[in-house]
Design a protein around this ligand. Structure first.
Ligand SMILES: [Zn+2]
Length: 374
């Protein structure tokens, strides 16, 4: 997720914080300072940091449950509406997704119950300013955890409740249809929340935006996967492109960019083997910082995975999405680079999907899409 800052790694999962979460901290500090001066601002920020710890524990509930099913979690991002654990793949078995979705709220429930028990307070959503008392702060934290639990269980994507809803629908419907329903419920909920935000609290508008975008992104990811079903890598790769040698300078790269209108360049060594890819955006971003000695090997993205032309397109899509990579390489049996799959080439397949499926009967499989550089 962009606009997020990495904090560190725990058990191989990177914990990141979204800048809007920092804005929330600032907002609380300002409000509290206005009401009770500097000590109140300090308590306010400390309190939000404790909430933050509870959210991280919630997310690790998801992470550990996912690990049981062999699903890793590259990162967790903390947003003002809670955390988002990015799974390396979404388990398409409803039972597994249900367990993963509910593991986070289960952790939050345990924290809330424990805090209410320790402080001897009655479970309530009403929070009162604890003043300087530690017990008061813990009781308030318990209430916040109760709120987080209820909020996360709202059956609307991308909340945990929405994932649970998709899993439950998935027992009856297909994964794609179940996602579309859960995403529509999520977007409907976002509109409702946005409307409430307009009349009640502007923070809700913020939350509504995150909910709306989260639901839309999930629906899009699953839609892509549906289109990819039944297709092979060869259906969606570009096969005409120029490559750059490792020692090409910035001028060479820029000239190639203008000459070919290509947005991504494979970078190859002397024997023609792929060493990385250089995207237009990386070139533009990093070229300004680099000196005259910079070569494309310094700017390229390394570790590009390779697939074969006859592999399912879904494999390439998963690699692209999970690794947030600019491209996946396509190599032949002799390990030679024959094509590239990018989100653009898959996007083109999506655009032409309707046309292709209506002409598919009897037409047989078309050859790979080519992008002519000329
Ligand atoms: Zn969760």
């Amino acid at each position: 997720m962009t606009w997020s800052i990495p904090l560190g790694r725990v058990y191989g999962t990177e914990v990141r914080v979204h800048v809007t979460f920092l804005l929330l901290l600032l907002w609380i500090a300002v409000i509290d300072a206005g009401q009770g001066g500097l000590p109140a601002a300090g308590r306010g920020v400390l309190f939000v940091l404790l909430v933050f710890v509870c959210i991280v524990l919630h997310e690790f509930g998801h992470v550990l449950a996912a690990r049981r099913f062999g699903v890793t979690t590259p990162d967790i991002t903390l947003l003002p509406i809670g955390g988002v654990a990015r799974l390396s793949r979404i388990p398409e078995q409803p039972g597994q997704e249900l367990v993963i979705a509910l593991a986070g709220p289960a952790v939050t429930l345990v924290i809330a119950v424990a805090l209410f028990a320790v402080t001897g307070t009655r479970p309530t959503l009403v929070t009162v300013d604890p003043g300087g008392s530690l017990v008061g702060m813990m009781a308030r934290l318990a209430s916040v955890n109760l709120f987080l639990l209820l909020f996360n269980l709202i059956p609307a994507f991308p909340m945990d409740g929405g994932r649970a809803l998709r899993a439950l629908l998935g027992y009856r419907l297909g994964f794609v249809q179940a996602t579309q329903i859960a995403a529509s419920v999520g977007q409907g909920f976002a509109f409702l929340l946005g409307f409430l935000g307009l009349i009640a609290n502007p923070i809700l508008l913020f939350i509504a935006l995150f909910v709306y975008l989260g639901a839309a992104a999930e629906a899009h990811t699953v839609q892509l996967r549906q289109v990819a079903q039944g297709m092979i890598v060869g259906d969606s790769m570009m096969t005409r492109f120029e490559t750059l040698p490792l020692d090409a300078g910035l001028d060479d790269a820029v000239r190639a960019l203008i000459r070919t209108a290509q947005r991504i360049f494979p970078v190859v060594d002397g024997t023609g083997r792929l060493q990385g890819v250089l995207s237009q955006s990386a070139l533009v971003q990093r070229a300004q910082a680099g000196g005259p000695d910079v070569v494309v090997a310094d700017l390229m993205t390394r570790g590009i995975p390779a697939v074969h032309p006859y592999q399912p397109l879904g494999d390439a899509l998963r690699l692209l999405q999970d690794g947030s990579l600019p491209a996946v390489a396509v190599t032949d049996a002799a390990d030679r680079l024959v094509g590239l799959v990018t989100s653009e080439t898959i996007g083109e397949v999506m655009l032409t999907h309707g046309v292709r499926s209506s002409r598919a009967a009897g037409a047989g499989r078309q050859s790979g899409r080519t992008r002519d550089a000329a």
